[in-house]
Design a protein around this ligand. Structure first.
Ligand SMILES: [Ca+2]
Ligand SMILES: [Ca+2]
Length: 200
């Protein structure tokens, strides 16, 4: 029989979460807030990519046939325009798969093309997100954590990080240091250790 979690228990959990959040010192709270905003944006990107594939049968820009390897792209140029509904050969139905707020001061949101600079969707630190796509069709992606410079990642219960993620899309932000493969990267998949179903 399916077990239903009482509403009061859910409220208690929510309350504990809020108390835990506000119990953090100012800097930690700021970091947590930044991480949450970044996670939500990355979740929107993943949902948009998956919705696109449901609609068109492949990822944006991907040929119908299976690729020889997976693809790493960033939220720059045609990919962004396509997901935001611009009509093109990538999105002939002009479907809007995602919306982003306009970036403020060059951060966190959509930056329209200017001159030779293409349009972008950028994170809280002004960098585009990185997207990994399972374009070779084996339902897995090479795990960037396996080459991350942060040795703490190798101390997790699932250490060492698995070489592959059992996912078809993954997104990450370079984080506050604006450099990839470092400890402050904000990634879409660590919650999936060790159960892939818990990933968003
Ligand atoms: Ca793959
Ligand atoms: Ca980083």
């Amino acid at each position: 029989m399916k077990r239903v979690v009482p509403f009061s228990v859910l409220l208690t959990c929510l309350g504990v979460g809020i108390i835990a959040f506000w119990g953090l010192d100012g800097r930690s709270r700021l970091d947590t807030s930044s991480n949450m905003r970044t996670w939500m944006a990355m979740k929107d990107i993943r949902i948009a990519l998956e919705s696109y594939r449901v609609e068109y049968g492949h990822f944006p820009g991907q040929a119908i046939q299976v690729h020889a390897s997976d693809v790493r792209v960033t939220t720059v140029g045609p990919l962004v325009d396509c997901l935001m509904g611009e009509k093109s050969e990538w999105n002939p139905k002009a479907i809007r798969f995602v919306e982003f707020p306009d970036a403020r001061g060059g951060k966190f949101g959509y930056l329209p093309a200017v001159g030779d600079l293409p349009s972008q969707v950028v994170d809280l630190w002004g960098q585009p997100y990185v997207i990994l796509l399972d374009t070779d069709g084996d339902q897995r992606i090479r795990n960037p954590d396996a080459t991350n410079s942060d040795t703490a990642l190798f101390l997790m219960p699932t250490s060492p990080p698995p070489a592959f993620l059992p996912l078809e899309t993954a997104v990450y932000s370079f984080g506050k240091d604006q450099a990839g493969s470092t400890g402050d990267d904000i990634v879409s998949w660590r919650l999936s250790y060790p159960t892939p179903d818990s990933a968003f």
